[in-house]
Design a protein around this ligand. Sequence first.
Ligand SMILES: NC(=O)c1ccc[n+]([C@@H]2O[C@H](COP(=O)([O-])OP(=O)(O)OC[C@H]3O[C@@H](n4cnc5c(N)ncnc54)[C@H](OP(=O)(O)O)[C@@H]3O)[C@@H](O)[C@H]2O)c1
Length: 431
Amino acid sequence: MPDPLRIAIAGLGTVGAGTLRLLNEHGDLLAARAGRTLTVTAVSARDRSKDRGVSIDGIAWFDDPVAMAREAEADVVVELIGGEDGPAKAVCEAALAAGRHVVTANKALMAVHGSALAEAAEDAGMALNFEAAVAGGIPIVKALREGLAGNDITRVYGILNGTCNYILTEMREQRRTFDDVLEEAQRLGYAEAEPSMDVDGTDAAQKLALLASLAFGSRINFAGVYTEGIRRISLLDIDYAEELGYRIKLLGSARLTEHGLEQRVYPCMVEQRFPIAHVEGAYNAIVAIGDFVGETMFEGLGAGAGPTASAVAADLVDVARGRRAPPLGISAGKLISLPESPIERHRGPYYVRLMVSDRPGVIADITAVFRDEQVSIESMIQRARSETEAVPIVLNMHECEEAAMQRTLSRIAALDSVLEEPTMIRIESLA
Ligand SMILES: NC(=O)c1ccc[n+]([C@@H]2O[C@H](COP(=O)([O-])OP(=O)(O)OC[C@H]3O[C@@H](n4cnc5c(N)ncnc54)[C@H](OP(=O)(O)O)[C@@H]3O)[C@@H](O)[C@H]2O)c1
């Protein structure tokens, strides 16, 4: 057998400890698949004395992960610290400079510095594998980079954040509010104490930027992802969605349009006939559409020690085998810069909910604004009647351009009879 692959792991938290456990438990299996033994020779974390539920006896300990990346007896450095800059970035750069391969689960780092790191890896003749950074256990990076390499990819979209999908599922199934479900998810450790990376869409946007680069051969453009989170989604809208034949999902979607690269993360209504509408709980799912293959869908857990370690292990097997593709599918020097298609150019149907005072003439005032802006209504629901309280009016709008919809809604918000800021949710065309 060839020499063992020597592995240094920076970060022994959820993913780092999970990876150590997987490497311990599947040593023989991995050796058979990799053609050589995978051996952890060095580790680094902040607190040496912390019990991590897995033995690190006999493995060299480094207080400084960057020194480890430079000096450890290792062929590959696995970065599992996290964060866009700081030690994570320094570890990856030091490892590549020292002629070591890099495996990382760090979407924040890759979304911002991925193009530059890919270039550095190629220049150094080293691997930069990041399967675990996108949708955890789902092997979508490899699928886009290799399995679908024969296709012109026309669109990639999916449910990229398990916490948001869990919250939306619980709200619908258990009839609970956003705040209530979030608070419980935090208590159970499913959601971070500081939840904004998840619920405001940033985490999904980081993954989408990586998917778009892999799909379209473009430089990673995280800043160009239009992002909205799920905080404003109410139980009322979830109920109306259900009644109208939709389900509300936080989707990330990237495609090429006549205006340029469209990258969006927002909560939207998805017709219930599409399989992705039925991906529930903490699951992620990604649909990649290719011109020859048609539609492909990948579903699985996007986070947690097991699924993420599974992706890290697959990346390590590739390194051990010497299988090396350019990190972003094509050579970093050949990645193109695509113009951004702004959200104002988005076209599609819309769901609009207005809370109005229930008196004569209100509907006429509202429809007059839509008529003036040439935005046409497909259907309308007005059911509850109350002399004293605001009543909802739900409008399903025909396809129109976002700029026209925004103009219309700001005029409607200014009407005396409209008592709250209008709620607008895009209806996503997936066919
Ligand atoms: N958790 C998931 O389900 C998941 C899924 C997909 C991708 N990821 C990505 O995987 C990466 C790791 O996530 P995680 O959830 O495992 O994080 P975590 O549990 O917070 O673990 C982070 C680890 O990094 C160590 N660390 C922090 N600063 C350090 C420093 N300056 N020097 C040395 N070690 C340092 C910590 O040491 P101590 O333990 O001593 O404090 C800890 O072991 C992140 O990029 C994350 O986005 C996570």
